[in-house]
Design a protein around this ligand. Structure first.
Ligand code: ADP
Ligand code: ASP
Ligand code: MG
Length: 415
């Protein structure tokens, strides 16, 4: 008998019919003798709706109350799944984040999990009661409800698996695994049997929203194997307890055949800032990036052009699209201090990234990439690299063309 953590995302609990199918997957595991802790997201679209209501009530809502409202979608689905399981004759109860409790810090709307208490949960599981836990929810300082950031139910599930000491966490979603790129953008994308934590970490942080980045970090640290699989398959056609279906996120040394490039991710959530004609002298970069850091604005890619006249240069960098206005405000206030001729901001850009641990030992991946994009007439505005990824910033209009071309270039297209 094993203890399983199963997580169902928004589309997998989108209505009562879907909740019944999710319950069917749980029943299959219960019938096979497993203890099940089940994490659920809100019905798809619900969290967006709740955020809209908060913004309509006040664009400057108190973050504590924001989380009170926004966390409620998961309360509904956890209760509904428990009700459906009970109606199938399975003992089940819901546990809200504050009841477990899942302790977090006080960073409302993007809180980090500090500790998950499992004593009570464990005794309920040992009494063969399915525990249905709403994802995304936490309990912060002063008994206030927190939320873990968009897509945070993945992180709830992995944290629960780590705290319960299970070695596997099953993430049921609307695709049957992790693909070489978003299968909704590139139909030729191929499902991977396995992907390393490191690659998945890059994929997630560079835009593949199939798993929240923090869930992969936690899985890597606590050695939780994450199996991403489909909730849409009929529950009784899947063998109980199986690791076969879907994509396993695991240690690199478990993967026998490693490709040079494993996947391609892209994100439209980045914005470009250009400072025109800044003085080309020591200390200027510090005067630009120091105040941005103080304003808690993260800067990602940075390009400083070669100076044409030896006195001034253009400087381009990227920030999260949601922080563009804030970044521009900070820089406008520093116009005299920095000394620039003009300031421009644009959200019409996309960051496309090529990821693979094989790049550590394989030269030429970047050169191939730049050549292929040049042949398609796509201009690269900024580049950043790490040991296992190359990211480029391009005009948003070319996003799909670039992703598709690179997917073929590295031999990832299905036959
Ligand atoms: P859930 O509601 O179950 O949490 P999400 O919408 O958060 O599901 O994540 C699943 C989606 O992630 C898929 O529908 C797919 O469009 C998208 N996705 C992006 N990149 C990938 C990828 N490389 N592999 C699989 N899915 C991906
Ligand atoms: N419901 C939350 C969201 O939409 C959390 C999640 O689904 O993982 O972001
Ligand atoms: Mg998700």
């Amino acid at each position: 008998m094993a203890l399983l953590v199963m997580k169902f995302g928004g589309t997998s609990v989108a209505d009562i019919e879907r909740i019944r199918i999710a319950a069917g997957h749980v029943k299959r595991e219960v019938d096979a003798g497993h203890q099940c802790a089940v994490v659920v997201s809100a019905m798809s679209g619900q969290t967006n709706q709740l955020i809209e209501w908060v913004n309509e009530a006040s664009p400057k809502a108190d973050p504590h109350e924001y989380d009170t409202v926004v966390s409620s979608g998961e309360q509904v689905t956890s209760g509904l799944l428990a009700i459906v399981l009970q109606s199938m004759g399975i003992a089940a109860r819901s546990w809200q984040g504050w009841q477990v409790p899942v302790f977090t810090d006080d960073a409302h709307s993007s809180a980090r999990i500090i500790d998950v208490k499992t004593e009570e949960l464990k005794s309920s599981l040992e009494a063969n009661e399915v525990a249905v836990v709403p994802g995304f929810q936490g309990l912060g300082p002063h008994n206030r409800i927190t939320t873990l950031g968009r897509g945070g139910s993945d992180t709830s599930a992995v944290a629960l698996a780590a705290a319960l000491g299970t070695e596997r966490c099953d993430i049921y979603t609307d695709v049957d695994g992790i693909y070489t790129t978003d299968p909704r953008v590139v139909p030729q994308a191929q499902r991977l049997d396995k992907i390393s934590y490191e690659e998945m970490l890059e994929m997630a942080s560079l835009g593949a929203k199939v798993l929240q980045t923090r869930s992969v970090q936690l899985a890597m640290v606590h050695q939780v194997r994450v199996l991403v699989r489909s909730s849409f398959e009929p529950p009784d056609e899947v063998p109980a307890g199986e690791e076969g279906a879907g994509t396993l996120v695991c240690d690199e040394d478990e993967i026998v055949e490693q490709q040079v490039v494993s996947g391609i991710a892209y994100t439209k959530d980045e914005a470009k800032v250009t400072l025109i004609k800044v003085a080309d002298k020591p200390g200027v970069a510090a005067r630009v990036f120091g105040p941005l850091a103080e304003a808690r604005i993260n800067v990602d890619m940075i390009v400083q052009n070669v100076s044409a006249d030896d006195r001034t240069t253009d400087m381009t960098f990227t920030v999260a699209a949601a922080e563009l206005d804030k970044a521009l405000d900070v820089l406008k206030g520093l116009k005299d201090d920095i000394g620039y001729a003009d300031l421009r901001g644009s959200t019409d850009v996309v960051k496309v990234s090529v990821i693979g641990v094989g790049m550590r030992s394989h030269a030429g991946v970047a050169a191939q990439m730049f050549k292929a994009l040049a042949e398609k007439g796509i201009n690269i505005e900024a580049i950043s690299t790490s040991e296992i990824k190359i990211s480029i910033l391009i005009d948003a209009a070319y996003a799909e063309l670039a992703v598709r071309s690179l997917h073929s270039l590295y031999g990832l297209d299905s036959a």
